[in-house]
Structures are given as C-alpha cells and as structure tokens.
Design a protein around this ligand. Structure first.
Ligand code: SF4
Length: 465
C-alpha cells in the first residue's frame, strides 16, 4: 500500500483552524472525576486478572525533574538542582511499582510488556545507575518481550555518548530528543541553550549503539523564529536523518503556564509567520521523503509508525501515535495517565499528594472514569479517523451492532459543512478525510465527541496555529 497522500493548504488552515482536543484519549482527560479512585482501579485489575482475554501491557513512567526551565514548556515538570528531592521521588516511584505490580495476577500473560516509554520532565536528569536500577526493578516485576518497543525521552544537554550506550545496554531501543530549534537567538529567548553539536552527537551515538528509532522534537511559533533560521534548523535535522520528526505548535498561554510569562510577546511570530513556518516544515520534510502520519508527526517510510499506518494498524494513546495502543497502559509516577480495560485513570498531579497517598498505603490514583458503550463506540470512530484518515461505516456497524447512519444522524449532518469546506468526503460506505483536510482532522473528530458541547470553553485545547 502506498503512503497516504497529503496536501498542505494554508488557506484552509487559516479559515478553519480552531481549538480542539488532540484525542490522545477519548473521552479526553478533562472528563475524569475523583469518583474513580484507587478502589475502582483495583476492582478493574481484579477483572483483568480473571479475564481470559489478556491484553499485553504498555508502561508509561513519568520522571518530572529538569535542571533548568524552558520557558515555553507546558509539561508537568519540576525544575530543580536539588538531587535529594529527585531521589526522594525515585524512592516513592519504586514503592508505587511494588504496589502496582502486586495487583497483577500470577499468570505470566498478565505481566507481558510489549511497549514502555519514559517521559518527563527529563528522565536523563538521573544518572545512569539510578535509571538502570529503575529498569531492573520493572524487569523483576514484569515480563518484557524481546521484540518490544522501549523508548526514552532524552535531553541532549544531560547525556553523552557513554550515557546513550548505557541506555541501550539497559534495554531501551528507541530514543526521542528534545531539540525545538538550533538557532542561538531562539534558544536564548526560551532559556534552552543546547548546541547543535550536542544534539548531533547523541543522534550519532544512538545510531552506533543500534537504537531502532530516533525521534527529534521541534517546535514552531517560538520567539525570534523566522523562516530563514527555522529553515536552517530543518535542513540540519533532516541531514541528521532521524526516523521520526515531531513538529509541535507553541501555544502561548502565560496565564496557564507561568514560565511562559518570561517570553517577550513582541518576539512571538505573528500567525501568518507561524503558518509559513509550519508550511516550511511540511515542505522540507516531505521533500526529504518523510511521510505525514497525522497531527504533528512525520516518519520515514520504513519506520514502524508509517508501516503501521499503511497497514491500518496505527493506534493513538496517551503518548501519541503508537503501534501498540490496543494494549492496556500502566501509568507510573506523578500525574501519569493509564488505561486498563475500559477505564482511564490519572495519578495525583502534585508531588505532596502523590507521596501522601503512597505513605497511606493507597494507590496514588486521583481520578478517572469507566467508559460507557457509547464512549467505546465513539472512541473507535475517532481513533480510526485520527490514525487511518478513513472510516468504514460497515466495519463500525459490525463491531458495535449499530446502524451507522441512524446512530450518527446529527453528526453526519454536521459533517456536511466540513465536506463543503473540502475537509472530508462522506458517501454511503465511507468517511474519508481529504488530502488537504488531514492537518485539520481534529475538526472532523470533534463532530463525534459527545462531551464537547458541554465543555465550557475550548481555550484549554490547542490548535494548529
Ligand atoms: S521542555 Fe523538557 S527539559 Fe524543558 S522544562 Fe519542559 S520537560 Fe523540562
């Protein structure tokens, strides 16, 4: 199967871009409630263990500490130089792993791990010995398959070639580097000074050590960015040949993220410039042979994500696009979000609450939800549109025992407007996102989101520009 065609249409984006969820989950995390706490979580774990259908596990580990604060950052992180504070967190994380692993039944299949991701914060804030101990603990509790995908986010300022070798020796086989922009003025304006040489050295070391996939994160819309310098960054990144490139939009929301108050608004590129930065990224990456996966993601044609998309196996979960989202997701660490069976749950977002819960011998689950039959159906529709850009109505009818046109009568009427705008084509059997509608796929998914009309404001969600 050929890669899906894709067309960048700046006029369409300018006209129809709006705030909306990124659908790393449906329902989105703002629907979680404290009614779903440790007891509900544990009862679902009992059901999981009793079930004959044992999903494989994906594990997410959140390591929130960073040495310095990048002003643009909207992640759940803690900037500190205080190592004892970070070590205290590791102690609690070890205790949470002990508590969580005790919930999994004795059967080996209950503990089979096919995917793991460590994110943050900066996982490489810790030294390699501490990271290895954490990996060893997880390995002693769970059954990691040999051909699983084990990835870690790396800040090139905190790791050298020997660190990359140590990560590979631990068992990581995928690596993701935060870069954002190589330009010195931009780096100073966002308080993230990271030399091109540091980044390239980590990429080279990852290749030498046999990492299966290298991802680079860039951001457009940062202060001081312009097409000339961002073009240079793109050329240098493409020359380093990562397997995946993510190009995120910088959303300036200084009232929500305090560190963004330190960014000078006058330095932020105007919307028109932002659009041209995004256009430049699309143009250069596609010309260099990258395939547009969806949302902010590009991948080499032979990368697992691009292959999975061509074969209709691509999924979406809390970490973004994935080849393994049909597995249960075990979330470990402060603020992390998991998915066990038809449930979503999130740990406490504040360290004190997370520690207190563990000290009381309670799982640190703060909130979550059990999905209804309608949620599961809509999740399937949204997943397929986000990942495949095409949906077979009949396929949904067979899987969920509904009559599609009847069940989604109102939604199909709403889609008419988007069809007229050129985003989507709808016929008796298929809903197909057009080549130029792909970058706005969330607009189409929002039509199927039953909770959106109740959402008080969409400002908390991001947009393309
Ligand atoms: S961008 Fe990464 S390194 Fe910078 S503050 Fe955020 S989590 Fe930390």
């Amino acid at each position: 199967m050929q890669p899906l065609s894709f067309e960048f249409d700046p006029q369409l984006i300018r006209r129809l871009d709006r705030n909306g969820p990124r659908y790393t989950s449906y329902p989105t995390a703002d629907r979680f409630t404290p009614d779903f706490g440790p007891d509900a979580y544990q009862s679902w774990m009992v059901r999981r263990n009793a079930s004959d259908v044992r999903s494989a596990l994906s594990i997410y580990v959140h390591l929130p500490f960073c040495r310095t604060l990048c002003f643009y950052c909207a992640c759940n992180k803690i900037a500190t130089r205080n190592l004892s504070k970070a070590r205290q967190y590791l102690d609690y994380l070890h205790r949470e792993i002990e508590m969580q692993s005790a919930l999994f039944g004795r059967h080996r299949d209950n503990r089979r791990v096919v995917q793991m991701h460590w994110g943050g914060g900066t996982p490489t804030f810790y030294d390699m010995r501490e990271l290895a101990q954490l990996f060893d603990l997880l390995r002693s509790k769970f059954d990691f398959t040999d051909n699983g995908e084990y990835s870690i986010e790396v800040d090139p300022r905190t790791v050298d070639a020997s660190g990359v070798a140590a990560l590979r020796a631990m068992g990581f086989n995928r690596i993701s580097l935060g870069v954002q922009d190589f330009d010195a003025d931009v780096q100073r304006a966002v308080n993230r000074v990271q030399s091109e040489a540091q980044t390239l050295a980590v990429i080279e070391a990852a290749r030498r050590e046999g990492f299966h996939s290298v991802n680079v994160d860039l951001i457009y819309g940062l202060p001081k960015q312009n097409p000339l310098t961002f073009g240079h960054t793109l050329d240098r990144v493409i020359a380093a040949n990562p397997d995946r490139v993510a190009v995120y939009n910088y959303a300036h929301l200084p009232t929500r993220f305090r560190s963004q108050q330190r960014i000078h608004e006058a330095d932020i590129p105007a919307p028109e410039i932002k659009l041209s930065l995004l256009g430049l990224a699309v143009e250069r990456l596609c010309a260099a042979g990258y395939v547009y996966i969806g949302m902010d993601h590009f991948a080499r044609e032979n990368d697992a994500l691009a292959v999975a998309q061509r074969e209709g196996r691509l999924q979406r979960n809390f970490q973004g696009y994935s080849t393994h989202a049909d597995s249960d997701l075990l979330a470990l660490g402060v603020s992390s979000i998991g998915q066990i069976g038809p449930t979503h749950s999130q740990n406490y977002r504040e360290l004190d609450d997370y520690y207190e819960s563990i000290d009381r011998g309670r799982l640190p689950v703060a909130r979550g939800m059990e999905l209804t039959a309608d949620d599961l159906l809509r999740r399937a529709v949204i997943q397929r549109l986000m990942c495949n850009f095409v949906l077979s109505k009949q396929n949904i009818e067979i899987s969920y025992l509904i009559e599609f046109n009847e069940y989604f009568k109102n939604e199909l009427q709403e889609l008419d407007d988007l069809a007229q705008a050129g985003l989507v084509e709808v016929d008796e059997r298929w809903i197909t996102v057009t080549a130029r509608g792909r970058m706005l796929v969330r607009n189409i998914c929002m039509v199927f989101d039953a909770y959106l009309p109740q959402a008080q404001s969409l400002d908390k969600f991001s947009r393309v520009i």
